[in-house]
Design a protein around this ligand. Structure first.
Ligand SMILES: Nc1ncnc2c1ncn2[C@@H]1O[C@H](COP(=O)(O)OP(=O)(O)OP(=O)(O)O)[C@@H](O)[C@H]1O
Ligand SMILES: [Mg+2]
Length: 318
C-alpha cells in the first residue's frame, strides 16, 4: 500500500533550513494498522502530508496505493482518505451537508451519499449536531465531523493525523471501535499518529517511532517493549532490613539488572517478570525477607522511547 524511498522534506525558514523528514524508508502492506509515534516536530505530519500529496518531497519518493505521489497525485487522492491534524471541515455549511458534499466529490450518488452520511453521523454520535454549521460545533464535535469526512467514501487506505486529540474518553473509544470495525469489514489499511501512547499500544499492530525525521524503531508494541527495557518488578517489604535482604537475593537471580532499594521498597528490572516471579519469591522466602506486596509492570512505549533517545515522549506531548 505504501512504499517510500529516502523520502525527504526540507523547509526553508529565516533561521535556516529545517530538515523535517530525512530519508524515510517505510513499507506498509494492505490491511495493516500502523501508528507513527514521535515527539512534537518529529516529522509525522510532514510525512503524512507528502504521502497524501499535499506537499511535494524535496527528494526521494513514494508510491501510495500503487500510484506515485509526484507523478500521479490525483490517482493517489482518489484511493485514500485523510484526516489532517488541523480542521478539514469548512465553516458555512451544515455539518450534514458538508458530509454529503464530500461524498459527492468522491463520486457517490446523492442517495448513497445521504445514506452514508446519516450512518456516520449516528455512529460518531453527531446526530444532534448535524443541522448546525460546522463553525458552531464544539471542538470535539468538529473533530468527529472531520473524521466522518475522511471515511465517507470508504477509502482502501486511511491516514489519520492525531484523530483523537481533543476528544473525550468516550468519543475516543467510540472512534477506535468505529475504525476497527471498518477495518474488519472492508480490510482498510490505516496509518495514524497519536500522542496517546496507551492508545497506540492498544490499537496498533505496528508502531513506527520517528525522531528528528528518521525512523528509529519499527515493530509490534510487544517487540518494541521486549527489545529495550525489560519488566519492572517492585517489591514491598515490612522493614528496611527485609528490603536489604530482598535486594541481595533479587540481585543474585540471573538476568536481573538495576536493583534499587528505597526504604522498604525494592525495584528491579528483569527480562520477563512473570517468568522470574516464582523463583524470586522462593529466593526471598529462603533469605528470610517476607513481602507485603509485589507488582510487575510491563514497559510502556514511553520507556521504549526513553531507552532509544534518552528523552521522554511524555515531556514533548504534554
Ligand atoms: N511549513 C513549514 N515551514 C517551516 N517549517 C515547518 C513547516 N511545516 C513543518 N515544519 C517543521 O518541520 C518539523 C516537523 O514538523 P511536523 O509538523 O511534521 O511534526 P510532527 O511530528 O507532526 O509534530 P506534532 O506532534 O507537533 O504534530 C518541525 O520542526 C516543524 O517546525
Ligand atoms: Mg503533527
Amino acid at each position: 500500500m505504501i512504499h517510500t524511498r529516502a523520502l525527504t522534506r526540507d523547509f526553508g525558514t529565516k533561521s535556516g533550513t529545517v530538515q523535517a523528514v530525512r530519508g524515510l524508508d517505510l513499507d506498509v502492506g494492505a490491511g495493516e494498522l500502523v501508528a507513527l509515534l514521535g515527539p512534537n516536530g518529529a516529522g509525522k505530519s510532514t510525512t503524512l502530508r507528502m504521502l497524501t500529496t499535499l506537499l511535494p518531497p524535496t527528494s526521494g519518493g513514494a508510491t501510495v496505493a500503487g500510484r506515485d505521489v509526484v507523478a500521479d497525485p490525483a490517482g493517489v487522492r482518489r484511493r485514500i482518505g485523510f484526516v489532517g491534524q488541523g480542521h478539514g471541515a469548512g465553516f458555512d455549511q451544515l455539518a450534514r451537508d458538508e458530509l454529503v458534499t464530500q461524498g459527492r466529490c468522491y463520486g457517490l450518488g446523492r442517495a448513497e451519499a445521504r445514506r452514508r452520511a446519516e450512518a456516520l453521523l449516528t455512529e460518531l454520535e453527531l446526530d444532534g449536531a448535524a443541522d448546525r454549521e460546522s463553525v458552531r460545533l464544539s471542538g470535539g464535535q468538529r473533530r468527529r465531523l472531520d473524521i466522518a469526512m475522511g471515511l465517507i467514501h470508504r477509502p482502501d487506505l486511511l491516514f489519520l493525523d492525531e484523530p483523537s486529540t481533543g476528544l473525550d474518553p468516550h468519543s475516543r473509544a467510540n472512534l477506535w471501535s468505529h475504525v476497527l470495525r471498518m477495518r474488519a469489514e472492508h480490510g482498510t489499511t490505516v496509518v495514524l499518529t497519536t500522542h496517546y501512547l496507551d492508545e497506540a499500544d492498544a490499537v496498533a499492530e505496528r508502531v513506527v517511532v520517528i525522531d528528528h525525521g528518521r525512523v528509529i524503531a519499527d515493530g509490534t508494541p510487544d517487540e518494541l517493549k521486549g527489545k529495550v527495557s525489560g519488566d519492572l518488578v517492585s517489591l514491598t517489604t515490612a522493614t528496611a532490613d527485609a528490603a536489604r535482604a530482598a535486594a541481595e537475593a533479587a540481585g543474585r537471580l540471573p538476568g536481573t539488572t538495576a536493583v534499587e532499594t528505597d526504604g522498604t521498597e525494592v525495584r528491579l528490572r528483569v527480562p520477563r517478570g512473570d517468568a522470574v516471579l516464582p523463583e524470586l519469591l522462593r529466593a526471598l522466602d529462603a533469605a528470610g525477607a517476607p513481602l507485603t506486596g509485589v507488582r510487575v509492570q510491563r514497559p510502556t512505549l514511553d520507556d521504549v522511547f526513553l531507552t532509544l533517545t534518552g528523552r521522554s515522549l511524555r515531556e514533548g506531548a504534554e
